[in-house]
Design a protein. Structure first.
Length: 348
């Protein structure tokens, strides 16, 4: 007699594989924030590796003015898996950065930067705004990252050349990290303690960074990571730094386990409600699994023939198509002659 058993555990979609594609060799185009709104840089670096990836995602105004709930796909619009493969997705760091530098007697230096989340569905504490002089240092270094990436595509960097570049992306050698000269203001250098952006500028003693990290098993762990995006206007800073106005929350970047990066304006969705299998009905060779859902999230049926391997339920193979949560009891089906059969529903 066929035997069907159920196991439930909420959460978390699993892996996908980076796509591969050819790379173009072209001059990287970056519009600095001097006297204007600059372009948004989205940058990646490995915890230990050879190359960084610097991406120009176009004018930052497109992200600032995006209606709440709307989404921008950064990958694969501005780069693809072939370029990200130079950095990888496991045990890496990424951030988004832009600036506006308005000189004059009453100089204004505005920043748009990410802050790492420590929990997927919990918004980070906003960065404080800084005065024009302090924010100006960070703005200058943001522009340096973009300029350095453009310079590398022109050649002449004694620490190495780019193995892949296009008008909106540059794979840059981490060796160009001396921090001196117009060719050496690399992303890796400026995001470490030697560079001001990743060092003491933010006055953050809690170890939370501009950069969002991924775990060593990110592609198989099944859960994306999110970094919040803030607007920091220097006109909102006052003399006493302990009372500086908090930055304005704009939205969040989400890196999926398959390497796709998106930006969503406004707050992230509420915590996905964990599903509960309520029944399994077998008719002939068809198993129908009914389960509860929340009002958001994507629910996936997964199954296995054996529990002996020790594989986590979030890594069991998916079965058929996923469905969106609607707050009701839903069902998914599998046609199989296997026995025994174990099921779980994961949600993300």
């Amino acid at each position: 007699m066929n035997e069907t058993k159920s196991i439930f555990r909420g959460a978390i979609l699993c892996l996908a594989i980076l796509t591969s594609a050819g790379t173009a060799r072209a001059q990287f185009s970056y519009n600095a924030g001097v006297g204007q709104y600059g372009d948004l840089l989205v940058c990646f670096r490995p915890a230990s590796g050879t190359y960084d990836l610097v991406v120009d995602a176009g004018p930052v105004t497109a992200f600032i003015n995006l209606p709440i709930g709307q989404k921008i796909t950064v990958n694969p619009t501005y780069y693809n898996g072939a370029q990200l493969a130079y950095v990888g997705t496991n045990n890496i760091f990424f951030s988004a950065l832009a600036c506006q530098r308005l000189p004059g007697a009453h100089a204004t230096n505005n920043l748009w930067v990410t802050r790492a989340r420590s929990s997927l569905n919990t918004q980070s504490t906003p960065w404080p705004c800084r005065n024009a002089a302090t924010a100006g240092t960070a703005a200058s270094q943001i522009d340096s990252i973009g300029s350095d990436a453009a310079n590398i595509t022109l050649g002449g960097d004694p620490f190495g050349s780019s193995p892949a570049s296009g008008s909106s992306y540059v794979v840059e050698p981490e060796g160009g990290s001396t921090g001196s000269g117009s060719y050496f203001d690399s992303y890796n250098y400026l995001m470490t303690t030697a560079g001001n952006l990743g060092g003491t500028f933010w006055g953050d003693s809690g170890g939370i960074s501009l950069e969002q990290g991924t775990p060593a098993n990110f592609t198989t762990a099944g859960q994306p990571v999110r970094a919040d995006f803030y607007q920091l206007l220097s006109t909102n800073a006052i003399a006493n730094p302990t009372n500086n106005q908090a930055g304005t929350y704009l939205g969040y970047f989400e890196l999926a386990t398959n390497g796709v990066l998106t930006y969503t304006a406004g707050p992230s969705p509420s915590t996905v409600i964990a599903p509960r299998i309520v029944s399994i009905v077998r008719t002939g060779t068809t198993n129908t699994i009914a389960f509860t859902t929340g009002s958001s999230g994507t629910y996936t049926l997964r199954g296995t023939n054996s529990l002996a391997s020790g594989t986590g339920v979030t890594n069991w193979p998916p079965i058929g198509s996923s469905l969106a949560g609607n707050g009701l009891t839903n069902s998914l089906k599998e046609v199989t002659t296997d026995s025994p059969r174990f099921y779980t529903i994961t949600a993300q």
